[in-house]
Design a protein around this ligand. Structure first.
Ligand code: PMV
Length: 307
C-alpha cells in the first residue's frame, strides 16, 4: 500500500492556454506556490480489478486509465485508487492539481519507478497541466516549451512565509471547466494576446521579486496577470465571479492601501487572499466582517509519502 498527500497550488502567473492539447504543453511558463492545507490524499492498493474512488464515490476508472498507463508497464497489475480532497472539488481551487500530483507520486512509489521530480513533473503534467507544479515545495515554475521533455517544473528555493485565506464565494461545481474555457479564450478572446505578453515578459521580474522578497512587486505582477486572465473570460461574455467575489475584491483593494496583501483568482469564484504571516491576522480580521465561509492555509510545503 502507498499513501501520498499532495497540496493544491495557486498560480501567480497563470497557465491559460495550451500549445498542445494531447501533451498538455502550455502557451506560457507559469509560477505558483502551494496551498498546504488544501490537499488530496491518495492511497493505492493491490486489487483484482481496477477501481477508482474519489471522495468516497466509485468513479469510472477510464477517467484516469491513460494517466495510470504512463506509470504502469503491465496492465494486469490491477489497482485500487482511493483519493480524497479535504476541500471543495472542481470549484476553482485546483483540486485537479493536488489530485493528479498525489496520484502521479503514488503511482511512482507503488510501481517503484526510478524517476526524478523533474521527470515526474513531465508525466504529471499530462494529467492536468497545473498539477505538475503541486509536486514541489516553495515556488514552482512550470517551464514553457514546445517539446515534451523540456516542459518541466523547477522550484525556487525561497520561503517567504506567506499565508492565505481562501474565500469560498461558491462551493458549487463550476459551470465551465478551466479546460474548455482556456481553449475558448485562446481561440476567441481579443485580450488573449495581452495576457500572453504579460505572462511571458513578467516571469523573470517575478522570479527576481521572489528572490529579493519584494512583496510589492510580487503583488502587482500577480494581480495584473490574474486581471488579464479574467479579461479574456469576460471578452466571451462570461464570468466566474459572483456578488461575494466582488465583496472580497473591494475589501482587498481597500486593504492594499494599508498592508502588504494581495489576492488572486483562478477559473472560479473563490478568492485566494495572500499576506506575509506577520500581516495575516490584520487581513483576516477585515475579511471576517464579510461573513463568507473560508479556508486558511500556510503556503509552500510540497507533497509527502506516508509510510
Ligand atoms: O490544470 P488545469 O487544466 O486545471 O488549468 C488550471 C488553470 C488555472 O488554474 C486557472 C491557472 C493555473 O495556472 O493554475
Amino acid at each position: 500500500m502507498i499513501k501520498v498527500v499532495a497540496p493544491s497550488n495557486i498560480a501567480l502567473i497563470k497557465y491559460w492556454g495550451k500549445a498542445s492539447k494531447d501533451l498538455k504543453l502550455a502557451k506560457n511558463s507559469s509560477l505558483s506556490i502551494s496551498l498546504n492545507n488544501l490537499n488530496t490524499t491518495t492511497i493505492i492498493t493491490k486489487a483484482d480489478k481496477d477501481i477508482f474512488i474519489l471522495n468516497d464515490r466509485i468513479e469510472d476508472f477510464n477517467k484516469i486509465k491513460d494517466f495510470v498507463a504512463l506509470f504502469r508497464k503491465n496492465p494486469e497489475n490491477k489497482i485500487l485508487v482511493n483519493s480524497k480532497n479535504n476541500f471543495p472539488t472542481a470549484a476553482g481551487l485546483a483540486s485537479s492539481a493536488s489530485g493528479y500530483a498525489a496520484l502521479g507520486m503514488a503511482l511512482k512509489e507503488y510501481f517503484k519507478l526510478n524517476l526524478s521530480l523533474k521527470e515526474l513533473s513531465i508525466l504529471v503534467r499530462k494529467g492536468s497541466g497545473s498539477a505538475c507544479r503541486s509536486l514541489f515545495s516553495n515556488f514552482a515554475v512550470w517551464k514553457h516549451s514546445l517539446h515534451d521533455r523540456n516542459s518541466f517544473v523547477f522550484k525556487l528555493n525561497k520561503d517567504l512565509n506567506l499565508q492565505a485565506m481562501i474565500m469560498l464565494c461558491s462551493q458549487k461545481e463550476k459551470q465551465q471547466s478551466s479546460r474548455s474555457m482556456m481553449e475558448l479564450c485562446l481561440r476567441k478572446s481579443r485580450s488573449y494576446p495581452s495576457f500572453l505578453r504579460h505572462a511571458r515578459t513578467n516571469l523573470k521580474p517575478l522570479i527576481q521579486a521572489i528572490k529579493t522578497n519584494n512583496f510589492k512587486k510580487i503583488a502587482s505582477i500577480s494581480i495584473n496577470n490574474m486581471r488579464l486572465m479574467h479579461n479574456c473570460i469576460h471578452d466571451l461574455n462570461f464570468t466566474y465571479l459572483n456578488k461575494d467575489s466582488y465583496r472580497v475584491i473591494r475589501t482587498m483593494h481597500k486593504l492594499t492601501y494599508k498592508y502588504p496583501v494581495f489576492y488572486t483568482i483562478d477559473a472560479g469564484s473563490n478568492i485566494v487572499c495572500i499576506a506575509p504571516k506577520s500581516y495575516f491576522l490584520k487581513m483576516k480580521k477585515e475579511l471576517l466582517k464579510l461573513n463568507i465561509k473560508y479556508l486558511q492555509s500556510d503556503m509552500g510545503k510540497g507533497p509527502y509519502v506516508i509510510n
